[in-house]
Every structure is written in C-alpha cells, then in structure tokens.
Design a protein around this ligand. Structure first.
Ligand code: SF4
Ligand code: SF4
Length: 71
C-alpha cells in the first residue's frame, strides 16, 4: 500500500534508530513513502516491522531505503 508523507507518519518512523541508517550515515527517513535513499546503503538490519506505519499500511518486506517506496 502507498504511504502518504504526513507529519503523523514521519513522526512514527523508526529509521533513525536503525543500524542500516546509522551505519550508512543515511539522511531523511520514512523511505516507505519518500522512496529509496540517495546514498545506496549496505543493509544491516531493518526495524520497519516494529513501526506503526508498517502496520497501519499493511506493508511487507522493509528495506525501503534500498528498494524504494511501498506500492
Ligand atoms: S515503515 Fe520503515 S520506512 Fe516506513 S516509516 Fe516505518 S520505519 Fe520508516
Ligand atoms: S527502511 Fe528499514 S533498513 Fe532502511 S533505514 Fe528504515 S528501518 Fe532501516
């Protein structure tokens, strides 16, 4: 399901606490809505499954920073 870029969803995003985010020094977040990271990350782990947005929009998979926005 597509995720709208809203302040509520942005506030729920857990990307900033994710090892993939911190170890690759990524910028932004809410990749499920915004699309893939400008900098291609070396993936470590994904915490999307713990995120309220993941549940609210019935997302699957995670790693949106690498794969691009949810559809
Ligand atoms: S599902 Fe992942 S990318 Fe989307 S808001 Fe949550 S932590 Fe961020
Ligand atoms: S999309 Fe997943 S892997 Fe990428 S930074 Fe967010 S939580 Fe981490």
């Amino acid at each position: 399901m597509k995720v709208p870029m809203t302040p509520e969803n942005t506030a729920k995003c857990l990307c900033a606490s994710c090892p993939t985010f911190t170890q690759n020094d990524l910028k932004g977040g809410i990749f499920c809505a915004a699309g893939k990271s400008e900098k291609a990350p070396e993936v470590k782990a994904c915490v999307c499954t713990n995120c309220g947005v993941f549940a609210d929009y019935k997302l699957t998979g995670g790693y949106f920073c690498k794969k691009g926005a949810a559809e």
